[in-house]
Design a protein around this ligand. Structure first.
Ligand code: 5IU
Length: 274
């Protein structure tokens, strides 16, 4: 964002969105802009990772539907560890359906995502209605989790041949601006401030950019994933870097998390001139 030259502490203090403020506070307190993508397939592995990596991360990103044993214990455990280690939870469910359906997938349902995930994301392929629907659910007077929830719009993807470009990315910016009280920012490979949009930015607009596909030792995988380093991602405008296999599949995941934390933080300091 155009605010990317400013320290997290400054952006946190002035941000109109309470969850964005909390996100920046967590990053500053822990000196970490790392989101670990904990793509493991059992509750035990997930909770073990969350507990061991917890001190070094700002956010844990889950794919809760890949767990073979999802239960009440998964939710209870994750919430307890988020409190213990002061990190936020981001369920990478990528909602992509008509408004009426995504409301049911988000709130209640089998996975009860609204109950435990601070951050969710969606694609704007279905059009504006998906963003409107999720905002409507989270901002309803009887929604139990109040302003402690936010949405990232999936504006770009890291995979080879991604079609999330051009008009699609522009629409992502349009809807983020239109629903800025619920939209925290984007999952994207760069800051999107220069992207053409038919909606004028609000005064002091400050969308948060999360960038996936961060890996220190690999250029990609056999299924089209494309990687960049923390330095490169943050240089292009990422505020939070997301790493999965680079951390959890490393010989020592805790050492790897520390390494991404240090490199991510140094790149951030260099960007803000500190
Ligand atoms: N993910 C991407 N690219 C994207 C988006 C999400 O890789 O554009 I949007 C997810 C998929 C996986 C994690 O959960 O981020 C990346 O994992 P690895 O670091 O293991 O490749």
């Amino acid at each position: 964002s155009s605010k990317s030259q400013l320290p997290y502490s400054v952006r946190g203090k002035s941000h109109p969105n309470p969850l964005a403020r909390r996100l920046f506070e967590v990053a500053e307190a822990k000196k970490s802009n790392v989101t670990v993508s904990a793509d493991v397939t059992t509750t035990k592995e997930l909770l073990d990772l969350a507990d061991r990596l917890g001190p070094h991360i700002a956010v844990i990103k889950t794919h809760i539907d890949i767990l073979s044993d999802f239960s009440e214990d998964t939710i209870t455990g994750l919430k307890a560890l988020a409190t213990k280690h002061n990190f936020l939870i981001f369920e990478d469910r990528k909602f992509i359906d008509i408004g009426n359906t995504v409301q049911k997938q988000y709130h209640n349902g089998t996975l009860r995502i609204s109950e435990w995930s601070h951050i969710i994301n969606c694609s704007v392929l279905p059009g504006e209605g998906i963003v409107e629907a999720l905002a409507q659910t989270a901002q309803a007077p009887d929604f139990p989790y109040g302003s402690d929830r936010g949405l990232l719009i999936l504006a770009e993807m890291t995979s080879k041949g991604s079609l999330a470009t051009g008009a699609y990315t522009s629409a992502s910016v349009d809807y983020a601006r239109k629903y800025h009280s619920f939209v925290l920012g984007f999952v994207a490979t760069r800051a999107l401030g220069e992207v053409e949009s038919s909606v004028a930015p609000a005064e002091g607009e400050d969308f948060v950019v999360f960038t996936t596909g961060v890996n220190l030792s690999s250029k990609g995988d056999k299924l089209g994933q494309q990687y960049q380093t923390p330095q490169s991602a943050i240089g292009r405008g990422a505020d939070f870097i997301i790493a999965g296999r680079g951390i959890y599949a490393a010989p020592d995941p805790v050492e790897a998390a520390k390494q991404y934390q240090q490199q991510g933080w140094e790149a951030y300091l260099a960007r803000v001139g500190g």
